[in-house]
Write a protein that binds this ligand. Structure first.
Ligand code: ADP
Ligand code: ZN
Ligand code: ZN
Length: 823
């Protein structure tokens, strides 16, 4: 038998796979997709993933052995590996980066080796280091990491190995399985009790133990023993619910062999109602759209549905998912993280019941492992696995074996993009690649499609289907523009509300309708200013002013989280007159409470939704009519469906449209349309007020017209002219270092290197808007790539240029973040 070697991927930012020898005892167990424990570097152990097995021995290097095999079955499929390679290449990162992003934490194990003494040193001559190690182990330090920490420089792996060879210590490899299946106690009748007669006889025997007897009859009625359709078992907690029975009473019955008690594996994921509700009938516009989507799929892999807000896109998705799973395939339904509320979860569970798995970052790691395994399980045991996955962006990494359909709702959303760390992937684009890989149909949906997707539809790469009517036949809301500059001058403002918006809110409250007020700044005020000297407190580690949070009485940095108590006096001149400036959601809440004293007001932003379920609660209160006015940031825009919201106010559109970014107008348009789309969804046409000091701004006019085609036409011309997506591809490189001169030099070297390729358009290096974060200086280079160029080659060139700069003297510790298709 020739020696076998395994190529493994380590959970580190390394470009290559590493080779390890497979000891003969593990030959049967090592296989691609399984995790193994390997040693890497001097003395670190990792759970790595086997990517392939071969007889090829790498030349000229020492090959270490695999220590242990962790899995019985592969946790990653060959198809997943293919995808990982694609991601690494497309997003210019390492396979290790992908590995870390893909697997849930519960499957990325930690190695905690324990070391024990077996002999005494007397008969050996030990080196100082070896002796030091022995002493420390004798003292009771026996976890490898602890030894390293305590001994610092006096720790050495060769010394430990020498001690092992002398059989003075042995190492026990204890890899902590973080994930354990959850079990629960169940109760059932003892197998000897086969008929009612036997049962009655047993009951007679325990007559004197009153409580035990009572529990037995309670058990029987709970499971309807000996009746048709009876349950054979019941969870102990369900049995005890609402009663005073205790485990010791139960134990009495178990000892007397009346009942048996045992542990059974259960799901950790809250079992919501999974009653089978039939799907809604589609209205005629939806039915037509569905028909068009089917037609489109005859020639296209990907179709874009451009459907206005509240047109019922979700209903169409559900119908398509139903069709897909009837053919025995899996379906993936991606939504932005924040849109994963009970609203959508319940809609899906109603129809597909236990076939649905939900995957997002608020699940704990064990829950994520469970979804992972049940997605995998669908291959072997379809009945027990998940066939439909509703998930946020990371769900694209799940081990699907046979996808038939992928839906990406709100496909324009930038939360599908991972910003940090690498891989900086866009789940929408990965969904398209995944679709090709599985020969699955892909549906992208949005009321305001991204320019990229729309362009693909216009050029015929994707199919395009329009849905232009709201389900309720309600018209889109009326959009009014309020000139706040003029209103301020004329002293017509009610605090932050223009007269138009103020009157509408008052009116809505009177009619018992609800209001949403949108502001894209959280906290109390975006900055404070000294009234005497004009000083503005800034973060000491970042180049930004600190936001004032009134409830916590703190100034805090939204970039690094640094915060401190609001000082009494100005740091610069000592004046006590510090004024808050600008409006964040907290301050708006205060002001609105003053204006509408009887209204019930709630706030939805990052600060108010930190605790578990807080977000859900805010949503539910609005749904149940317990909130009259909701103030919120971006969060209120994401696909929420409320019946009774009739007025929406955009409090300050200026800071949306003036943002210095080539996507600012695209974003502002999308954001405002989405918030506006929350108004008047069911009962009465809604009204939206946009407050701005630039009422004549062309974008504001376009928004008011609600004509997306017109926006696209105008914007596409600009994008083409200035060589931006969708006409050019973009790669952004951020160079970081704590020393500003080093950043300068590295960025300049890199730009010079990149400019050697004359076909690329290189911008920069330049300082970004916020040029220092957490003491790290940033400089950016933007690369515009003509679509006719060979993308793989260009990216290889970029990677090579970065590698070259990294190898230059004193630049090796610069950080280079490469972002393909930045958002
Ligand atoms: P979109 O995702 O396009 O914004 P939704 O799918 O959330 O719209 O639909 C808006 C509202 O209309 C929801 O409350 C939904 O339940 C309802 N609705 C849409 N289509 C139907 C239908 N065919 N039958 C019943 N209710 C529908
Ligand atoms: Zn001052
Ligand atoms: Zn900071």
């Amino acid at each position: 038998m020739p020696q076998l070697f395994a190529q493994v991927i380590l959970p580190l930012s390394l470009h290559d796979a590493y080779t390890y020898r497979i000891p003969p005892s593990m030959e049967q167990d090592v296989a691609p997709g399984k995790r193994v424990i390997v040693q890497f570097g001097q003395r670190k152990f990792y759970a790595a993933l086997v990517s392939s097995v071969s007889t090829e021995k790498p030349e000229d290097i020492e090959v270490k052995e695999i220590q242990q095999v962790l899995d019985e079955h592969p946790v990653v499929l060959p198809k997943n590996f293919e995808m990982w390679h694609w991601i690494a290449k497309y997003y210019c990162c390492t396979l290790g980066d992908v590995f870390r992003a893909a697997l849930p934490t519960g499957l990325k194990l930690e190695s905690k080796s324990k070391i024990f003494l077996t002999g005494s040193e007397e008969e050996f001559l030990l080196t100082d280091v070896e002796q030091g190690l022995m002493l420390e182990i004798e003292k009771g330090t026996n976890v490898l990491a602890e030894l390293e920490r305590k001994l610092k420089d006096r720790f050495s792996y060769p010394a430990l190995k020498a001690l092992m060879q002398k059989e003075l210590v042995y190492v026990e490899e204890k890899v902590h399985e973080k994930y354990r299946p959850k079990t629960e106690a169940f109760v059932k009748l003892h197998p000897d009790i086969t008929s009612e007669e036997v049962l009655n006889k047993k009951a007679g025997e325990i007559k004197r133990a009153k409580k035990q007897e009572a529990l037995l009859w309670h058990f029987c009625s709970a499971i309807n023993a000996f009746e048709k359709g009876a349950l054979s078992e019941i969870a102990r907690k369900d049995l005890f619910e609402g009663t005073n029975f205790t485990t010791s009473i139960l134990k009495g019955l178990v000892d007397k062999e009346v009942l048996i008690q045992y542990q059974k594996q259960v799901s950790r994921i809250e079992g919501e109602k999974t009653g089978q509700v039939s799907m809604n009938l589609l209205n005629k516009y939806q039915a037509k759209a569905l028909e068009e989507i089917r037609e489109s799929y005859e020639s296209k892999q990907v179709t874009l549905i451009h459907g206005i807000t509240a047109s019922g896109k979700t209903e169409i998705y559900i119908h398509l998912i139903d069709e897909a799973i009837k053919t025995g395939k899996q379906a993936l339904y991606l939504v932005p993280e924040i849109a994963l509320t009970t609203q959508i979860v319940q809609r899906l569970k109603n129809v597909f019941g236990h076939k649905v798995g939900i995957y997002h970052s608020r699940l704990n790691s064990s829950e994520r492992v469970e979804i992972w395994e049940k997605t995998l399980l669908f291959q072997g045991k379809p009945g027990e696995g998940y066939q439909v996955i509703l998930g946020a962006r990371s769900a694209v990494f799940l081990p699907f074996c046979n996808l038939g359909l992928i839906v990406v709702d709100e496909e324009h959303e930038n939360s599908f993009k991972q910003f940090d760390p690498a891989p900086r992937y866009n789940a929408r684009d990965m969904a398209v690649v995944l679709g090709f890989q599985h020969h699955a149909k892909v549906l992208l949906g949005s009321a305001t499609p991204s320019y990229e997707s729309y362009h693909n539809a216009l050029t015929g790469k994707y199919g395009l289907v329009n849905l232009t009517r709201r389900h309720s036949e309600m018209e889109l809301p009326e959009i009014l523009v309020a000139d706040v500059k003029r209103a301020y001058k004329r002293k017509e403002m009610h605090s932050i509300l223009s007269p138009q918006l103020y009157n509408l809110v008052e009116d809505a409250l009177e009619k018992k309708e609800q209001v949403i007020l949108f502001q894209n700044r959280r906290g109390y005020s975006p900055f404070v200013e000294c009234f005497t000297c004009g000083h503005i407190p800034k973060c000491t580690r970042c180049d930004v002013s600190l936001t004032y949070h009134k409830y916590k009485k703190r100034l805090s940095c939204h970039y690094c989280g640094y915060s401190y108590l609001l000082p009494d006096r100005c740091d610069e001149c000592g004046s006590p007159e510090l004024k808050t400036r600008g409006f964040g959601t907290e301050k708006i809440e205060d002001e609105i409470k003053q204006l509408f004293r009887n209204a019930r007001i709630d706030r939805m932003d990052l600060d108010s939704t930190k605790t578990k379920n807080a977000f859900e609660k805010i949503v539910r209160n609005l749904e149940d009519g317990k909130t009259d006015i909701l103030i919120g940031t971006q969060m209120v825009t994401k696909g929420l469906d409320f019946e009774h919201v009739s007025v929406v106010g955009i409090l300050n559109a200026d800071n949306l449209i003036n943002f210095p970014d080539f996507r600012a107008h695209e974003r502002a348009y999308q954001l405002i349309s989405q918030v506006a789309g929350r108004a008047g969804r069911k009962h009465r046409r809604g009204t939206v007020v946009i407050q701005t000091s630039q009422p004549d701004h062309p974008l504001i006019q376009l928004i008011q017209e609600q004509d997306y085609q017109k926006v696209l036409k105008q914007q596409f011309e600009e994008r083409q002219l200035f060589k931006y997506p969708p006409f050019f591809r973009l790669v952004k490189i951020v160079v970081k270092h704590k020393n500003i001169d080093t950043v300068d030099r590295a960025a300049q070297e890199l730009a010079n290197g990149l400019r050697k390729n004359k076909e690329l358009v290189i911008l920069g290096p330049e300082f970004p808007l916020i040029s220092r974060i957490q003491l790290w200086h940033h400089k950016e280079i933007w690369i515009k790539i003509d679509r006719r160029l060979h993308l793989d080659q260009v990216k290889e060139g970029i990677m090579a240029a970065v590698k070259k700069v990294r190898s230059m003297p004193s630049l090796s510790n610069c950080i280079f973040n490469i972002d393909a298709d930045p958002m």
